[in-house]
Structures are given as structure tokens and as C-alpha cells.
Design a protein around this ligand. Structure first.
Ligand SMILES: [Fe+2]
Ligand SMILES: [Fe+2]
Length: 184
């Protein structure tokens, strides 16, 4: 246990200890000895999340280009917006994996297996929206689990995932509204 500062109420590490620890293992970059989570586990679950986001980008892109019918224009736009936002999530996650000293897995080999959500093409506009909603609901549950697993052990990753989770909830809500508008 590190020496605690008395002046700061006893819960903060004293400045000399902080400075000394920061100088040790500088090759670890943003990961300091105070990092409490298990880095291998965190990078593994982040790589699963990365695969999920990539599969979601691919599925939304397919749906964007395949949307046809009377309501297709606005729905296709929604699919495109979601695709772009899932791409943003993938990028955020990959950057965090690197910050943690890991390597983001972009390999197409095994991508669908690593992903939590599935790649389902869907035949009609309504089918596509339903499949996207199912995928969003899977993402919502898995992000929620990751967030509670991390707790206070890695607040930066947790906050990133909380931001992504909030957007997946918006996506799910958008899709549910579309289904309602289409009377499905
Ligand atoms: Fe996403
Ligand atoms: Fe989403």
C-alpha cells in the first residue's frame, strides 16, 4: 500500500509517491500501477465489443443500400446514421484498447463469432428494422454487463462504454418508433 497524505484527509497518495510511481514503467503509457482492472480481460471484452460494432456497421450498411419501398428513403437515412455512429464506437473502442497496451482485432477471420450481435440481412424493410432492433438490444445488455464488471476498476473505459450504451439505447428507441410508424 502506498503512503497516504495526512493533509488531504488520508485517502490521497502523497505527491512524492505519485511522482516516483509515474517514472517507473513509463513504457506502459496511460496504464499506471494504480490501474485496478485486469488488462487482459478488459482488452478481450473490448475486442468483443469492437467485433460487435463492426458487424453492426456492416449490417446497417447492407440495410442502408437495400432499403426499398414506399418508406425506404427516411429509413435508409436512419440506417446510414446508425452505421456511422457504430463506426464511431468501433474507433473509440479500438483507441482505448491501444491505450491499454493491447491490440485491436480487425481481422475478418472469426469476426462474426467474436461479435455478440448477428449479421442478418432481412428480406423486407420491416425485417431489417426488426433485426437491427434485436442487435441493439443485445448490444445494450452486453454493454451494461461490461459496465458493471468494470465498476471503479477502470473508470475511463467504463465512462466510454456508458456513452456508447446511451447511444445504443437511442438506436433501439429509433428503431422501435420506426416499427410503430410502419404499423409493424
Ligand atoms: Fe454501437
Ligand atoms: Fe447501435
Amino acid at each position: 500500500m502506498a503512503k497516504k497524505s495526512k493533509e488531504k484527509g488520508g485517502f490521497l497518495t502523497d505527491i512524492e509517491t505519485l511522482r516516483r510511481r509515474a517514472r517507473e514503467h513509463i513504457e506502459a503509457g496511460a496504464v499506471t500501477p494504480g490501474y485496478r482492472a485486469d488488462r487482459d480481460t478488459v482488452t478481450r471484452i473490448l475486442n468483443e465489443a469492437l467485433a460487435t460494432e463492426i458487424v453492426c456497421v456492416l449490417r446497417y450498411k447492407r440495410h442502408h443500400f437495400m432499403a426499398t419501398g414506399i418508406n425506404a428513403q427516411s429509413v435508409a437515412q436512419e440506417f446510414l446514421q446508425h452505421a456511422n455512429e457504430e463506426q464511431m464506437h468501433a474507433d473509440q473502442i479500438a483507441a482505448r484498447i491501444v491505450q491499454l497496451g493491447g491490440e485491436p482485432n480487425f481481422s475478418p477471420e472469426g469476426l462474426a463469432t467474436r461479435s455478440h450481435a448477428e449479421y442478418v440481412e432481412g428480406d423486407t424493410l420491416v425485417d431489417m428494422i426488426k433485426e437491427d432492433l434485436v442487435a441493439e438490444r443485445i448490444a445494450i445488455d452486453s454493454y451494461r454487463e461490461m459496465i458493471s464488471y468494470l465498476g471503479n476498476d477502470d473508470p475511463t473505459t467504463r465512462r466510454m462504454l456508458e456513452g456508447i450504451l446511451a447511444m445504443e439505447e437511442e438506436h433501439a428507441d429509433d428503431l422501435a418508433s420506426l416499427l410503430e410508424e410502419l404499423g409493424a
